[in-house]
Design a protein around this ligand. Structure first.
Ligand code: C5P
Length: 224
């Protein structure tokens, strides 16, 4: 069985960064499942499709022409319709649109097999909200990464600033709180730790410490 480490948690918890570093360290593949929901929302917006139109958004999710590549400098590149998607994918607007389309059961179903196809040797690090509960329930190591809302808003603010995206910390905090509420209370695949997940609160921890703890757990379970 190809091993998977799942990394779930709310927005801004540092999952994305940790997942990328972890995949690098282990030499494993990486699934950024949030990007699939963001891409679906972005493609709907570009096509002028109402994000609440479940049938059309589901069709789009099923046929999404997306490619995940690694650029020459080692950074991940995401292509939609053959064109690179830049910072547009990371805006809070896109995150909010993504959490709306992600609440639709048929959209989630349409993306399920696409996500499972990332499970390739020698292993996979899967970042999302329902990686441990729905997509890879048999994963041998499941991490649920949290941090306080204030800390997550601060991290998201710094991340956006670094990417040259303008942001306001107060509205970011509100947007993250709204998104958490929607993700945690939806009927399908709500944001919650799997029963066998290890919950890590990173409010007071640096990236290296979180990474080291997960690597230690992976070694204890003889995955690395
Ligand atoms: O992780 P990211 O912020 O990119 O995710 C954007 C949105 O996509 C989340 O707020 C959530 O609603 C949705 N999502 C999801 N299931 C996943 C990953 C993301 O519902 N596995």
């Amino acid at each position: 069985m190809i091993p998977v480490i799942t990394l779930d948690g709310p927005g801004g918890s540092g999952k994305g960064t940790i997942a990328r570093l972890l995949a690098d360290r282990l030499g494993w593949h990486l699934l950024d499942s949030g990007a699939l929901y963001r891409l679906t929302a972005l493609a709907a917006r570009r096509a002028g499709i109402d994000p609440e139109d479940e049938a059309r958004v589901t069709e789009l999710a099923r046929t999404l022409p997306v490619a995940f590549e690694v650029g020459e400098d080692g950074t991940p590149r995401i292509l939609l319709d053959g064109r690179e998607v830049g910072s547009e994918l990371r805006t809070e607007q896109c995150g909010a649109d993504a959490s709306r389309v992600a609440a639709m059961p048929a959209v989630r179903e349409a993306l399920l097999e696409r996500q499972r196809a990332f499970r390739q040797p020698p292993g996979l690090v899967a970042d999302g909200r329902d990686m441990g509960t729905v997509v890879f329930p048999d994963a041998p190591l499941k991490i649920f990464l949290t941090a306080s809302l204030e800390e997550r808003a601060r991290r998201r603010y710094n991340q956006l600033k670094e990417q040259g995206v303008s942001a306001n910390i107060h509205s970011l905090l509100q947007e993250l709180a709204d998104r958490d509420e929607r993700d945690a209370n939806r009927k399908v695949a709500p944001l919650r730790p799997a029963a066998d997940a290890i919950v890590l609160d990173s409010t007071e921890l640096g990236i290296d410490e979180v990474l080291q703890r997960i690597l230690d757990l992976a070694r204890e379970r003889e995955l690395a």
